[in-house]
Design a protein. Structure first.
Length: 156
């Protein structure tokens, strides 16, 4: 489906993807699954060294490495990627909605900009899996170009 306006098509539906694009989609899923699998393995191996009779709080008091944290760098990155993709989808639907004025999308575009900053900071702050870093780089480029189109007035 194409959403057209005075400046031509804006968004296309993914039903007509080429084989090259479907390969990229498979790579995306593989990277995301691999990163999350590695995270789960690291967590389980860390907790496997703790005997069942030892309380987690006692171990954490002795060695902070054993505190259970659901926010590892990779997990934060995956969550932020998923959040940004959802936000980008929402933006695309709102942009195609004829009943919504383009200027009313400004707060949403500001959220997209904040997300780009967050993703950039993740890349500089932590050393991430190479595939995950590549996904973040592509997402930052996509969202940044969309924000610039909006600011330039392409959709008015």
């Amino acid at each position: 489906m194409k959403i057209t306006g005075p400046h031509g098509p804006h968004i296309t539906d993914g039903h007509n993807r080429t084989k090259a694009h479907s390969g990229k989609e498979g790579d995306f899923k593989k990277v995301m699954d691999q990163v999350m699998k590695n995270e789960q393995m690291q967590e389980s191996s860390a907790w496997a060294t703790v005997s069942s009779s030892t309380k987690a709080a006692e171990v954490a008091a002795v060695n902070p490495m054993f505190t259970q944290t659901p926010y590892s760098p990779s997990r934060v990155a995956v969550n932020e990627i998923e959040r940004m993709l959802g936000l980008l989808d929402f933006y695309g639907r709102r942009l195609g909605d004829q009943s919504i004025h383009t200027k009313d999308l400004q707060p949403l575009v500001e959220h997209l900009e904040a997300g780009v900053s967050m993703l950039d900071s993740l890349r500089t702050k932590w050393r991430l899996h190479q595939g995950l870093d590549s996904i973040i780089s592509d997402l930052v480029a996509t969202v940044s170009s969309e924000v610039e189109r909006f600011k330039r007035g392409d959709y008015e």
